[in-house]
Design a protein. Sequence first.
Length: 178
Amino acid sequence: MEDELIKLMEQRRSIRKYQHKEIPDTEIRRILEAGILAPSSKNIRPVEFIVVKDAEKLEALSKAKMGGAGHLKNAACAIVCIADTRKADAWVEDCSLAMGYMMLMAEHLNIGNVWTQIRLRKTALGVSAEEIVRRLLNIPNYYAVEAILSLGYLAEEKSPNTVEKLEKNGTIHSESFM
Ligand SMILES: Cc1cc2nc3c(=O)[nH]c(=O)nc-3n(C[C@H](O)[C@H](O)[C@H](O)COP(=O)(O)O)c2cc1C
């Protein structure tokens, strides 16, 4: 079990090239359920998800910021991760955990995925990416748009991550920083 979890974490890579193939709703549902299972600060659960499969909307989302979102145009599906900021102050963390859980579930289902940052990002003209996504998907302004999980069956292969590759000298401190 533990070995399987580590393997899943090693295998997960950001996948930005996808096949033209639909993802069954049952699989999308399982990914969303993983997001719902993520813990949240004070158990407030301010995180909500918008599932987007419409090709025109996916293309519009791919242009919501300058660079780093182009893959959404060819995605089979996008899960937009939003949070009700009236309810919670730690919504960035709450959304991030939901995203991480969904990424691992997508990996478990062999569905390529990549976190696409929206919060703090802008278009080339300086327009807020959050505003663009809010307008496109009719999201009230008291909801923050943290990120979009782009999903699709893999059309590229990447070698797994390994701790040996990623751990730097000084990543882990013992008892104190120095
Ligand atoms: C907070 C966060 C924001 C990210 N934003 C983007 C993004 O906007 N566009 C993108 O293509 N990848 C984005 N990524 C994916 C990272 O580039 C990727 O995780 C990193 O390069 C490591 O590669 P790996 O996921 O294959 O291990 C983001 C990842 C995180 C955790």
